[in-house]
Design a protein around this ligand. Sequence first.
Ligand SMILES: Nc1nc2c(ncn2[C@@H]2O[C@H](COP(=O)(O)OP(=O)(O)O)[C@@H](O)[C@H]2O)c(=O)[nH]1
Ligand SMILES: [Mg+2]
Length: 372
Amino acid sequence: MSLPSEKKQNELKARLAKLNIKDSDLTEKFILGSGKGGQKQNKTASCVQLKHEPTGTVVKCQKERSRESNRFFARRLLCDKIEEANKPATNQKLIQWFPGHMAKARRQIEEKLPKIDVIIEILDARAPLSSRNPIIDELAKDKARILLLNKIDLADPTTTLAWQQYFKKTGITCISTNVLDNKGVSQIHDICKRLVPKKAESNNIEFSETRLMIVGIPNVGKSALINKLAKRKITDVQDRPAVTKRQQWISLDSNMALLDTPGILWPKFEDQDIGKRLAICGSIKDHILDSEDIAFWLIGFLVHNYPKTLMDRYKINLDDKDDLVAVIEDIGSKRGYKIQGGHIDYERVYDILFQDFRKGKLGRISLESPEN
Ligand SMILES: Nc1nc2c(ncn2[C@@H]2O[C@H](COP(=O)(O)OP(=O)(O)O)[C@@H](O)[C@H]2O)c(=O)[nH]1
Ligand SMILES: [Mg+2]
C-alpha cells in the first residue's frame, strides 16, 4: 500500500498548521486493530489512535494495512473533527430536531403563565445544568418556582447533594425526587403552600386554587410526575408542543390544581458536551448525534470517574485508561459481540453501554457536577 501522495501530505500539513494542531500536542498509539482492513492477517498493530491533548479529541484509524498510511488518515480525521467542533453552527443537526418548535413551545408556555401560581421545573439529576433551559428564568421570573432534581435513583447521591446546595445558593427551592417510586413528591404540596400566600376566598374556583404547571425538556419525568400528583393515569399527557387541546385542570389535595399538559422546554444547544449528556440520558434521540462520538465520550467519562463500575460490570481491567478503543474492544470481546470475521461489533458495544447506563445497571452515575 503506497503512502498518500506528497501533494496530499502537504495539504494535510497546511490544515494542521491552520488549525494550530501541533505534533507535540498529539498522543499517538498503535493498537491491534479489528474490523475492516485485515490487520489480523499481518499481525502488526496498525490501527492508529490519536489524541489531541488540548481539546481532548480522540480519533482512531484502521483504514489501511500500513501503519504509516493510517497515521496520515488519523491526522486528517482529527482535522475534520476539530474543524467541525470549531464551526459556530455546530449544532445544526440538533436544531433540525425541533423544526419551528422552539418559538411555539415558548409561546405556549407564555400563554399559560398568567393562570399559573407555581412552576415546577424538572431537571435530570444526572445532568442538571445540561437538562436546564435558562429561558425559564426569563419566562417565569415573577413566579414561585420549585426545582426538581428527578431520577435520583440513577444519579450519584454525593453529586446530587452538591447540586442541591448549588441551586439553593441561587435562591430557588430545590428538592430531589424519584418520581417513579414516588420519593420526594409529597414535599411539593407543602412547598407550594409555603411559596404561595393563601388566595382570597372566592366562589370562583379559578381564583381560590393554587395552580401548578410542570415544565422541562423531554424525558425528565414530566408525564410521570403529573400521573403521580394526580394519583391516576392521565392518558392524554402530550409531549409535543405542536399538539393543541383544551387544557384540563386536575384537582389535587389542599386546594391545588395542576395543569394536565406540561410545558415543554427544548434542550440547550450551546456546546457539544451538553448534547452528548442529553443523548446519553435519553433526552435527545440517539440517531440525532453520532453514536460513536457519544459512546467514546461516555466511556472516557466512566474510565476516569467511575472505573470500578466499568471493571466490575464488564469484567475488564483498565490497564491503559487512555486507550478507549481498547476498552471498547475489551468489553466487546468479553461479551462475545463479534461480527463476521471475528471482529468486534462496535455498534453493539455502544448500544449496551447506553442501555446499561439508562437502566442504572452501571450503578448511580452523574454526568456533571457543580465543580466542573
Ligand atoms: N429511574 C427513573 N426513571 C424515571 C423517573 N421519572 C421518570 N422516569 C422514566 O423516564 C422516562 C421519561 O419519563 P416521562 O414522564 O415520559 O418524561 P417526560 O418526557 O418529561 O414526560 C420514562 O421511562 C419514565 O418511566 C425516576 O425518578 N427514576
Ligand atoms: Mg411526557
